[in-house]
Design a protein around this ligand. Sequence first.
Ligand code: AOF
Ligand code: ZN
Length: 318
Amino acid sequence: MEHDNKQPVWTDDDVKYMRRCIQLAENGLLSTRPNPMVGAVITARGRIIGEGYHVRCGQGHAEVNAFASVRQDDEPLLKEATVYVSLEPCSHWGKTPPCADLIISKGVKRVVVGIIDPFAQVQGRGIRKLREAGIKVEVGLLEDECWWLNRRFFTYHAQQRPYIILKWAQTGDGFIDDHYHPVMISNPQTQMLSHKLRSEEMAILVGHTTAERDKPALNVRHWTGQDPKRIILTHARPLQQLIGDLHQQGIQSLIVEGGRKTLESFIEAGLWDEIRRELSPMTVGDGTPAPHLPADIAIVSHHHYADNTITVYRRKQH
Ligand code: AOF
Ligand code: ZN
């Protein structure tokens, strides 16, 4: 992804400041979408002289807020400053003016970018603009972390489909129900987390059998936040078409909650980015077997919640 042929050598301080950008950016979760979460830090003489993040879609970008936070006494330092930003500064006129122009107007010396913006109107043009103005630009610091931060935004723009999270809970003997009833495999803590997840993603889907049998509300009850768009998958709608429709509607992320056939059809089509599997020690003896995990997975996290565990997996490469 790096534009220069040789990879820059970054210092521990560079890494520390980019981590701070990511940390700041995360404050925008829930309010920036469909825009990405972005954080920016301005440093000079070994200290932070400004920092900011994109708070809400339609409002100032991270860089704007970071420059606005620089104290008047520190303004002369901008000439020798480095700007760290977790996403390539924009080059286009969207709801706000281009950040690349703002950075150039401040006369800073160096810009360190986490990852290139996949948005069709930017895609490297922000970096080019800065370099053409004589600013030293380095790209790709903590690139994986910056990708993960905006995994929904990146998947949506680069793959023209929502970021897809498959989610299920299974018993210790490997079933997702007892054939007849929805079995409560989750516990109060993991239920709360499922609702937190719902508040963070834009849509949620179940198959029509699950919809008819379980009548799931699929809303956010045990957490606060917006309900995701509710989707029932029917036979009449093949998967690829549905995914294309969701892209058209600007849906950047989708949770798939079951049942087994639906989950397996997403796995078979290769339409998944993340799997959240909850495991309980309870046993039911017989029931609908849980889907098999695909082969090309890496563990993101593994946590215990009372007797249950939740493991989050992602694809080995993105
Ligand atoms: C940046 N810094 O903090 C963010 C950027 O409609 P607008 O003007 O808000 O532009 C939205 C696009 O700008 C968005 O799709 C993405 O490409 C970029 N987001 N860029 O320089 C930021 N949030
Ligand atoms: Zn911008």
